[in-house]
Design a protein around this ligand. Structure first.
Ligand SMILES: Cc1cc2nc3c(=O)[nH]c(=O)nc-3n(C[C@H](O)[C@H](O)[C@H](O)COP(=O)(O)O)c2cc1C
Ligand code: SF4
Length: 667
């Protein structure tokens, strides 16, 4: 029978290089996993090879910064400063990928410019033109001198020669994309230069056209060079993003301009475009979180694809093979690039090839493990894939002595522990008090934009079935019953309970928890006050606003989504803020709630009290670990574990999966 996604499994060419299928791995900066010289480490090679084994046609590595001495910060250490080590490691990677007939494109990224994190910079930030820093407008970036621009071009070409020498199949230039340094040259509002690198479109593109000319001249005329290119920035103004569906005037670049640029870049010698929309000023379009639709950029790429003669490779929340196949079939792109979905499941391509899309572990767009952590200066992880960057050690070892394992609580942590333990040969039963598996995610997954999270639940159910885990639903377990279970091991994953703040009136008939609202347990009135402006509070507010309610959000901290112990991506934070503003939520930060009355909520800010109308009051002030069962079982004499939110709350899905995985491997 023919594969359901025939378009994906056709070869295509980037210049002289044939790629076996139309799925490439999009570049992703693997903070925390480089070696001490910022060179691709052996662990990173294992990570890329795992995706090659998983079927991708080509790997586009993350950005490597040229050795131009322009920016000194931890994100911009050039691996080209260690040329021998760099060449050796890239050669090793290329050879390893070639064993799976996967091609290698190594990316060069010019650096940050005006979007630098000025706190990390050792010098005054340098940008294409003088102007305020994106994150801290009070910091002024100085303009690069013309000499420095030529130095940058030279450093890119020097790096390219190393990549060529190492045997990579091609080079990707992180050029006109994302609001980074390269894109600042090619964006009118950020390039005010009066030398040959500013002015007309030709001037603004000169860095990129010079680079491709020089690389081809100094490596080989047919050596493939691709350019990363954005069709649309989605900026309403500097530091202001549009929201989906908003009618606004584009402040940055729009599709028409990108087509004109693409034609010039093609004429200059580039062999393909790796696309990508958004910018740092519209951060949530650049690293789109769950609130954005799947395949959000494809319609912007389509008109450009129609007007150039080289391949256009499109990423952007392409999570499912069907969408990838259709985008190619409809001519929106030549091939697809998959980023985070390949972090979540390295075997995405092979599963699509085997017509087993339902076995793909979905990326849920949380950004909690990847973008969220790297921007917090932490190692890159994936919330749903605990094996990321542990590829060489990931194989599950069969249990020495198969045991009977009872997992009490069928949320994410419990399901992960169960599937791993069962895959290792243990006999596992999940006891779940509710009518469905999923725990806290059942309420969290209600909004329409949580489709990928709902697919993750289905994926777990499928895996549990495959590994022979027995699931007992509607099965509440007391400590006595737990101790008496026919089990050698008890894994307690009883989740967390909503906190009820000690506010007068909190037990009134007009008060509901966020979970009750999401699960539609009772009708919600027209005027709503949400107490708590964390991620849950903002998501509930967004649901209610879209439902036509008048919503006020009251938060005691000085910003929305600003508390919590786990890294929350700026893309999530900024998008929720933008959505709530767009839908006209009334936001009260640095404000405490003094009393809940029958039709109002009394708040206090800066010592001043006022009242907000409230037919319904929603509590979203966090969760407390529900570890009572574990405490009662401590001396039961059985092998006992506590995992997930029951162990540490507030937690997040990353910590739930990691906990479950660790215990599943340990039993
Ligand atoms: C953790 C992370 C790091 C990234 N680093 C890079 C990078 O080094 N160079 C680049 O061009 N794009 C980078 N990107 C952007 C991705 O290539 C891709 O455009 C984006 O993630 C959207 O695609 P996706 O929805 O399939 O993940 C990064 C994305 C993530 C999530
Ligand atoms: S951390 Fe979240 S967004 Fe990032 S790859 Fe994993 S599931 Fe996707």
């Amino acid at each position: 029978m023919e594969n359901r996604y025939p378009e994906l499994f056709q070869p295509f060419r980037i210049g002289k290089v044939e790629i076996k299928n139309k799925v490439v791995m999009s570049p992703m900066l693997s903070i925390g996993w480089f070696d001490e010289q910022s060179v691709i480490s052996d662990r990173m090679i294992d990570y890329y090879v795992e995706r090659a084994k998983g079927g991708v046609g080509a790997v586009f590595t993350c950005g490597n910064v040229p050795d131009a001495h322009l920016e000194r910060c931890p994100f911009t250490i050039s691996p080209f400063a260690a040329p021998e080590r760099f060449v050796a490691q890239v050669r090793k990677l290329a050879q390893a990928l070639h064993q799976y007939d996967t091609k290698l494109f190594v990316q060069i990224w010019f650096g940050l410019g005006r979007v630098a994190f000025s706190d990390f910079m050792e010098d005054q930030p340098v940008a294409v033109s003088e102007g305020p820093n994106r994150w801290k407008p009070e910091v002024t970036c100085r303009e690069m001198t013309t000499e420095e621009v030529y130095g940058l071009i030279q450093a890119v070409v020097d790096g390219a020669k190393l990549i060529y020498e190492a045997g990579a199949d091609g080079i990707d230039i992180n050029g006109a994309y994302g609001g980074y340094m390269g894109d600042q040259f090619t964006t009118d509002v950020f390039n005010h230069r009066t030398d040959e690198f500013g002015g007309s479109m030709d001037g603004q593109l000169r860095v990129l056209t010079e680079i491709v000319r020089r690389i081809k001249e100094e490596t080989a005329s047919d050596y493939p060079v691709t350019c990363r290119l954005g069709t649309k920035h989605y900026m309403r103004a500097e530091r202001q993003a549009a929201v989906p569906g908003e009618v606004y005037t584009e402040y940055g670049r729009d599709v028409e301009e990108s087509i004109a640029m693409a034609k010039k870049l093609e004429a200059a010698g580039y062999d393909a475009f790796l696309m990508g929309n958004g910018a740092y000023d519209s951060f949530h379009w650049l690293y789109p979180p769950m609130y954005h639709k799947e395949g959000l950029w494809l319609d912007d790429f389509a008109p450009l694809t129609a007007q150039v003669h080289i391949p256009v490779i499109g990423p952007g929340k392409i999570l499912q093979p069907q969408m990838a196949n259709d985008a190619i079939a409809q001519g929106k792109v030549t091939a697809v690039a998959i980023g985070r979905a390949l972090l979540a499941d390295p075997n995405w391509v092979n599963k699509a090839a085997a017509d087993k899309a339902e076995e793909i572990r979905p990326c849920i767009g949380c950004n909690a493990g990847c973008i969220g952590r790297i921007f917090a200066g932490q190692t890159m992880l994936c919330a749903v894939n605990a094996d990321l960057f542990h590829e060489a050690e990931e194989a599950l070892t069969p249990a020495e002595t198969p045991k009977k394992v009872a997992v009490i609580g069928g949320g994410i942590a419990g399901m992960e522990a169960a599937r791993i333990a069962a895959a290792r040969g243990h006999k596992v039963t999940i006891y779940e008090a509710g009518a469905q598996l999923g725990g806290a995610t059942l309420a969290a997954n209600v909004p329409d934009y949580k489709a990928a999270s709902r697919r993750l639940l289905k994926w777990f159910e499928h895996e549990l079935q495959k590994t022979g885990v027995e699931v007992k639903l509607n099965c509440s377990i007391t400590p006595e019953q737990a101790a008496a279970l026919d089990a050698d091991v008890l894994v307690v994953s009883t989740g967390a309970k909503a906190k009820i703040p000690p506010i007068p009136g909190v037990h009134g008939a007009n008060v509901m928890t966020a979970v009750d609202v999401l699960l539609k347990k009772a009708p919600v009135g027209q005027n709503v006050v949400v107490i708590g402006g964390g991620q849950v509070g903002c998501e509930v507010a967004y649901e209610l606003l879209r439902d036509g309610k008048k919503v006020s959000v009251v938060e005691c901290l000085d910003g929305l989504v600003s508390g919590g112990t786990e890294a929350i991506s700026a893309a999530v934070v900024l998008m929720l803020q933008d959505l709530l503003n767009y839908y006209k939520a009334e936001i009260h930060v640095s404000t405490s709630v003094k009393e809940i009355r029958e039709h109002t909520v009394v708040i206090e800010s800066n010592g001043t009290r006022s009242e907000l109308p409230a037919d319904t009051v929603v509590l979203a002030v966090g969760y407390a670990a529900n570890d009572a069962l574990y405490t009662a079982l401590k001396d039961c004499g059985k092998e006992l574990y506590l995992i997930g939110d029951a162990r540490k709350s507030p937690g997040n899905i990353l910590h739930a999966v990691a906990d479950g995985n660790k215990v599943g491997r340990k039993i």
